[in-house]
Design a protein around this ligand. Structure first.
Ligand SMILES: [Cu+2]
Length: 471
């Protein structure tokens, strides 16, 4: 007969056994626990504590995914899931991404590493991950239907390959791509060289970010996935200026910036104050004989570019896409140009019907930054960003490279605005002005002048005035 004492003894053994098996189940878990990150801040570089050493990258407003070493294999766990991404302070978007963020975390490995990536699908539809640019077995390429069955909701798939060549890569779904990429599913991948590489220089700072674009109506939260070209939010790592962190470096640092483009158009990326070399493309490091200095490089769709320069000019240097519409935030595109149009009369009439009616754009669009125009909740201002001298009048794909003499090596914190040396800032001229002499010659045209004067077209040009009169 089992006594009451025996019962407790057996129960405690059973309890102990459960506890032991629970511990060993965790220790020998078939897959690593997913790491989730929900802050949109730029995380400090993840210095590797296992595997071969390397100089880690810094992902703008992003982070690097920690891994687990399992019998010499680097194991990562990506979770595809709906996320809320703060695209700029006061503006949140409902996106899809990985591990709490869009884009997903950056994956950093070393050339020759065997990599195993578990992908859990928590989306409402199937997905897959394509490892953009990698050399790998065809069956690991992540094209749903072609090289693998799609990963159904709730399922986990395993990808495994050796990171064969060093360089800059991306990852993104290859299943219902139009929807999933329009919703923000993408991530960065860096494979560091395993030894000193003749074409890959060591640098002091190594930044990376993805170019992406969304179409989110003012006041709403979810991107319109059918949009092909007319996006209204142009972002770096799903952040828009002034939500994009500055790139903070020390004077005379050698700086590398890696950029990948997963939008629907090309982006000419432009840096002020310095010239850079394109040291790497989708195919890896560029041969040295092919490099030349530039201040703008075009990153086409599906491409990756690595630029490198010596940050030898102190200051706050704009760094942005040179398509002027890509440094703007949400706005309507079907708006006529109103520069020079006098609509005082019509504004008065409209005001009697709609008291809040405001006329925009008759002096250009800079007024937009000054006007206290009511905008719907959860809408990013079209162009904004307070600088030390006023509004920067920018949005979208814009940031600032901050080069400072007293920035500590390895310190990525924001040093604040540049203190310009005396006499080095453009300023107002207050001396006498003379009327410029106009060029009077009538010769030189390739077309003969009309014999009699043409009937003058009636165009009334209104000179810009200092303020808005009575409307
Ligand atoms: Cu652009």
């Amino acid at each position: 007969m089992t006594s009451r004492r025996d019962f407790f003894r057996l129960a405690s053994i059973a309890g102990g056994a459960v506890a032991v098996s629970a511990v060993s189940r965790v220790a020998l878990a078939a897959l690593p626990d997913p790491v989730i990150q929900t802050s949109p801040d730029t995380m400090p570089p993840l210095v590797p504590n296992t595997g071969r050493a390397y100089n880690p990258v810094v992902t703008l407003n992003g982070w690097t995914l920690p891994w687990r070493m399992n019998n010499g294999v680097k194991e990562f766990h990506l979770v595809a899931e709906p996320v809320v991404r703060e695209m700029a302070p006061g503006f949140k978007a409902h996106l899809w991404g990985y591990n709490g963020q869009s884009p997903g975390p950056t994956i950093e490995v070393v050339e020759g590493d065997r990599v195993r990536i578990f992908v859990t699908n928590k989306l409402p539809e199937h997905t897959s991950i394509h490892w953009h640019g990698q050399r790998l077995p065809s069956g690991m390429d992540g094209v749903a239907g072609l090289t693998q069955p799609a990963i159904q909701p709730g399922k986990t798939f395993v990808y495994e390959f050796v990171a064969r060549r060093p360089g800059t890569f991306m990852y993104h779904p290859h299943a219902d791509e139009m929807t999933q990429m329009a919703m923000g599913m993408m991530g960065f991948w860096v494979t560091h060289p395993k030894a000193k590489h003749p074409l890959i220089d060591e640098v002091n700072r190594d930044f990376c970010f993805l170019l992406n674009a969304y179409d989110i109506d003012p006041g709403s939260y979810t991107p319109k996935i059918m949009t092909m070209l007319d996006f209204n939010l142009w972002s770096w790592n799903s952040r828009i200026f002034p939500g994009i962190d500055s790139l903070n470096v020390r004077l005379n640092d050698k700086v590398r910036i890696r950029i990948g483009n997963l939008t629907m158009t090309n982006h000419p990326i432009h840096l002020h104050g310095h010239e850079f070399l394109v040291t790497g493309t989708d195919g890896g490091p560029t041969p040295k004989s092919t490099r030349w200095y530039e201040v703008t490089t075009d990153v086409a769709v599906g491409q990756m570019r690595q630029i490198e320069f010596l940050a030898d000019e102190e200051g706050d240097w704009a760094f942005h896409c040179h398509k002027s519409h890509h440094t703007m935030n949400a706005m309507g595109h079907n708006v006529p140009t109103l520069i020079g149009v006098d609509h005082r009369g019509i504004a008065k009439k409209i005001n009697s019907l709609i008291p809040d009616y405001m006329v925009m754009g008759e002096r250009g669009m800079a007024d937009m930054t000054e006007m206290e125009m009511p905008i719907p909740d959860n809408t990013a201002p079209m162009m904004t960003g307070e600088g030390p001298f006023g509004s920067v009048e920018m949005g979208g794909m814009f940031s600032v490279l901050k080069v400072r003499r007293d920035q500590k090596s390895g310190d990525y914190s924001n040093p604040g605005w540049f203190k310009h040396p005396q006499g080095t800032v453009a300023h107002e001229y207050t001396g006498p002005l003379t009327e410029p002499a106009r060029f009077k010659s009538e010769g030189g045209q390739s077309m003969p002048r009309a014999q009699k004067p043409l009937t003058p077209t009636e165009v009334k040009v209104r000179k810009p005035s200092s303020g808005h009169e009575n409307h």
